[in-house]
Write a protein that binds this ligand. Structure first.
Ligand code: GRF
Length: 196
């Protein structure tokens, strides 16, 4: 059974979807802890599923590295097989990558390498694109620059708002994440192969 630590920053709708997925007895992964870089709304989902959670508020630390040390300390307690960034709006510092990469994956609401960064959905709309996508990548030291494990195109309906488009993309993100986790659990994907 693949064990997962999920990190969030916001509402955690993707986390919720993953928690519901892990309820299926044949899904080969389970969430052992949920962490956040702030007092994120999404931590309530962990509570609903009786899963331990922690918050390491970024604002409580002098530097990104010190925040990273506190995050490492929390994650190390659970020793999950994979750290899943699902709505973590924070770049991980070098010390966290050194400790857990390449066993860190991230979902992104664009067809990477198109539209990296924190405003992917808004950027796709601003670019007048007729399609965008969703991606699951291995986290490296860059901004959404790691190797793509899975990605899929999402059409942009005419007149779609940012929120409508993001909701449509998230549905694909969630399915791609589940598919990637199955591939990791069945060793179709070996994250060790992505060790830099
Ligand atoms: C997702 O689209 C994720 O890829 C991006 O932020 C969004 C998080 O949504 N980084 P939620 O918090 O899971 O609802």
């Amino acid at each position: 059974m693949l064990t997962l630590a999920v990190l969030i920053s916001g509402g955690g709708s993707n986390l919720r979807a993953l928690l519901e997925e892990t309820r299926h007895p044949d899904f080969p992964a389970r969430v052992v802890v949920v962490g956040a870089d702030r007092d994120a709304q999404g931590l309530f989902h962990a509570e609903d599923f009786d899963i331990p959670s922690f918050a390491v508020p970024y604002s409580s630390y002098e530097t990104r590295e010190q925040w990273g040390e506190a995050l490492i300390e929390q994650l190390a307690r659970w020793n999950a097989d994979v750290v899943v960034l699902s709505g973590l709006m924070r770049l991980l510092p070098r010390n966290v990558l050194d400790r857990f990469a390449p066993h860190i994956i991230n979902t992104h609401p664009a067809y990477l390498p198109e539209f990296p960064g924190a405003h992917a959905v808004r950027d796709a709309l601003a670019a007048g694109a007729t399609e965008t996508g969703a991606s699951v990548i291995v986290v490296d030291g860059g901004v959404d620059s790691g190797p793509v494990l899975r990605r899929e195109r999402v059409a942009i309906p005419a007149g779609a708002t940012e929120a409508e488009l993001h909701d449509a993309i998230k549905l694909v993100e969630r399915r791609l994440l589940s598919e990637v986790l199955v591939d990791i659990a069945t060793e179709k994907i070996r994250l060790e192969e992505y060790r830099a």
